[in-house]
Design a protein around this ligand. Structure first.
Ligand SMILES: [Zn+2]
Length: 446
């Protein structure tokens, strides 16, 4: 069994506890020993990564990704990307997340029916590198609501951004269709969204429609996620057991009480980066601060900041990530959310990092084996040059993410020098995945 020892590293174990210097030993897919100096792990037969005091933390979980969003300035650019290019795009983006230390991700909705499912299967089969991934459906929406971009001349189902349903029976049909495709969870758009010209505070679904979604999800053992900016939509999430609540900006006192009473069940992934970057960092793409204010985003950011602070104080789980994949917030810059959590929600840096790690293991439904640096846990590990607790922005810098391990296998390694002969054969890359591929190819030739 392969053994890897990280020696003399500053350990952030994911729980939020203070860091300490120590060693971590990985055997096969799992962490088998974590020590505190002066106690050391045995490095016999192990590949040794000399930490030299660098920061070691669990891999991060992005709680609200859309790999099929294509870093363009509009929803239309996503909707009309042809399926062939779109699949390849998703494959490339998945690697980008892993490169940046996101070793797990929740697909919060795909732009075409099977993009997420096919990507998840390819990653699971080891065909392409990417985070552990839970696949979402398209956005289930209703007539005229967020995700209904259809016009009468559109003939092909795949051109519709969302799956447009009206009435419980159509919801049932849509839910069963996505379940047939193999999704892990169903995504429903329970509120509006300003950039689509719809008030964030609208709640377009009737109670019996949401109840039908919940009934079908339960029957097939699937989870649910919801785009839920309005207060009423947050309440619908709690009433119908929709675990993953995205945004929750306008949650009023009653919604906060409901979430708090069920806080062991629900996760809130606000995607606060979207509100901040659309308000203050999108001018280059025509959304100046004045435009964003007129659209409603500045007001939503202020209200969301207050309601999210209240949620954090009530112990409701808030996770980073959300809606990266636009021109003003491209995929890979997701760790910006961590500093936003400190600035807008009142978390400490350690709480923000815990939200990305330990809480990530929980939303991935593997709380006992994912999200902590602890013996017995899966070896999803990131080595960082510098201390993110002093500067969270380090986690947005590819050069500072020096090593990424998933499932005990090193995906990215800029931490150890590349031997000359490897550099010669591999064009300078140090990726062990490539090395393995080359070895296999050579073995076949001989
Ligand atoms: Zn989203």
């Amino acid at each position: 069994m392969t053994r890897t020892a990280f020696t003399n590293v500053r350990i952030f174990d994911g729980s939020g506890a203070d860091t300490y210097l120590g060693d971590v030993l990985v055997e096969g897919k799992r962490i088998v020993q974590v020590t505190r100096l002066p106690e050391r792990v045995s490095t016999d037969d192990a590949r040794v990564i000399e930490g030299r005091g660098r920061f070691l933390m669990p891999g991060m979980t992005e709680a609200h990704t859309h790999f099929s969003w294509n870093d363009q300035p509009s929803l239309a650019a996503i909707q009309f990307m042809p399926p062939e290019e779109h699949m390849l795009w998703c494959v490339r983006v998945a690697k980008r997340y892993l490169d940046m230390g996101w070793t797990s991700a929740i697909g919060a909705a795909a732009a075409k029916p099977r993009l997420d499912v096919v990507l998840r299967n390819a990653i699971d089969a080891g065909e392409f590198p990417g985070p552990r991934y839970l696949a979402g459906s398209q956005e289930i929406t209703t007539i005229g609501a967020l995700g209904d971009n259809t016009l009468p001349h559109m003939k092909f189902e795949e051109l519709s951004f969302g799956s447009v349903c009206s009435g419980p029976e159509e919801i049932r049909r849509s839910a069963r269709t996505f379940i047939k495709y193999g999704v892990d969870h169903l995504k429903i758009n329970l509120s509006g969204e300003y950039i689509a010209g719809l008030p964030a505070e609208m709640s377009p679904f009737a109670e019996e429609e949401v109840a039908m979604l919940a009934q079908e999800a339960k029957r097939y053992g699937k989870r649910m996620a919801a785009h839920a900016r309005s207060s009423e939509s947050v309440k619908q999430c709690v009433r119908h057991g929709i675990e993953m609540v995205y945004h929750a900006s306008f949650a009023d006192e009653e919604a906060l009480d409901m979430l708090e009473a069920a806080k062991d069940k629900h996760f809130v992934a606000p995607g606060i980066g979207w509100l901040i970057r659309t308000t203050y960092h999108a001018a280059e793409f025509g959304i100046t601060e004045a435009v964003a204010t007129q659209m409603g985003y500045k007001r939503e950011l202020e209200i969301a900041s207050a309601s999210l602070r209240a949620m954090h104080q009530r112990g409701i789980r808030i996770l980073p990530g959300g809606d990266y994949g636009f021109a003003w917030m491209p995929h890979g810059t997701n760790a910006n959310d961590l500093q936003y959590f400190v600035d807008y929600i009142g978390m400490t840096p350690a709480e923000a990092l815990r939200a990305a790690t330990q809480l990530g293991g929980q939303i991935m439904q593997r709380p006992d084996e994912l999200g902590l640096l602890k013996a017995g846990y899966l070896a999803d590990i990131v080595l960082v040059d510098g201390n993110p607790l002093e500067n969270l922005a380090l986690l947005t810098d590819p050069a500072k993410i020096q090593l990424v391990m998933k499932d005990g296998a090193i995906h990215k390694d800029c931490a150890t020098p590349v031997p000359d002969d490897a550099a010669l054969h591999l064009g300078g890359t140090s990726s062990p995945l490539v090395e393995e591929g080359v070895k296999e190819a050579l073995a076949e030739m001989l």
